[in-house]
Design a protein around this ligand. Structure first.
Ligand SMILES: [Zn+2]
Length: 251
């Protein structure tokens, strides 16, 4: 992919990331995503347009409100940078229009899902359901021959996590189950390595929590699983198809 297109994708990703910060903050609180404009939580001053430029606005303000000096979390520019990097990565690594479209749908959903799951321990239907619909629409519009693989992978991932949530209701919620379905719809067969990576990362993090807090407290500490599914999905975007090919060639 030409460098100019990858750069354009990064800029679009920065702007989308700025909106995803708003989604992650407001959606779980049931607030409108469009109105009112962003305000300083301490003094209520509306954020000026020039201060709202992704990353640069935060840098120019040195991370403080222009009116009252209240610190603005580093999370905002970090999320914008991460989204820009993910958009560039998808466009640079995916081969065709459908793979790019599905990769962009996936990372656009994963950024706010990760933030909301970390903050509130939930994965909203208002993100997973539109992402599922967008993935199917992209398949139908760009390569209907891929839709059966999307549906099989989505149903298999959904069923696998439904079973896991049923057997172990404290560890997994229905939000994780629906997110796994979205991974299948967006990644097709590469959802298998995505889920494999997520489970390994989740088990390692669980062990780390138990080592740090001790077995009794560690087991009671709920670790949200959405961020691990997000990590696994990004890893699978990069190497998933290659892994599936290597594995099936050996059979
Ligand atoms: Zn302020």
């Amino acid at each position: 992919m030409p460098a100019a297109i990858v750069t354009l994708a990064a800029v679009v990703g920065l702007l989308v990331g700025s909106f995803l910060n708003v989604v992650a903050h407001r959606l779980p609180r049931g607030e409108s995503l469009i109105r009112p404009r962003s305000r300083c939580p301490r003094c209520g001053a509306p954020v000026r347009a020039r201060d709202n430029v992704p990353v640069l606005g935060w840098l120019a303000l040195r991370g403080r409100c222009r009116d009252c000096g209240e610190p603005i979390s580093r999370r905002y520019p970090a999320v914008e940078l991460a989204t820009g990097a993910l958009y560039a990565l998808v466009v640079a690594t995916q081969d065709d229009a459908l793979a790019i479209a599905l990769g962009l749908v996936l990372v656009t959903a994963l950024v706010p899902i990760t933030l909301i799951d970390l903050d509130h321990r939930l994965i909203p239907n208002r993100i997973t359901l539109p992402a599922a619909a967008a993935a199917l629409a992209a398949g139908l519009a760009l390569d209907a021959g891929f839709v059966p693989e999307q549906l099989v992978a989505g149903a298999a991932a959904f069923a696998f996590f439904f079973l896991a949530a049923w057997l172990h209701p404290r560890g997994m919620g229905m939000g994780d189950v629906k997110l796994a379905g979205v991974l299948g719809l967006c990644l097709g067969r590469a959802a298998a390595p995505a889920i494999f990576f997520a489970l390994i990362a989740g088990v390692l993090a669980g062990i780390a929590v138990i080592v740090r807090l001790g077995a009794a407290r560690g087991r009671r500490t709920a670790v949200p699983f959405g961020p691990f599914l997000a990590l696994g999905a990004v890893a699978a975007l990069l190497v998933g198809d290659g892994l599936v090919d290597a594995y099936t060639d050996r059979l």
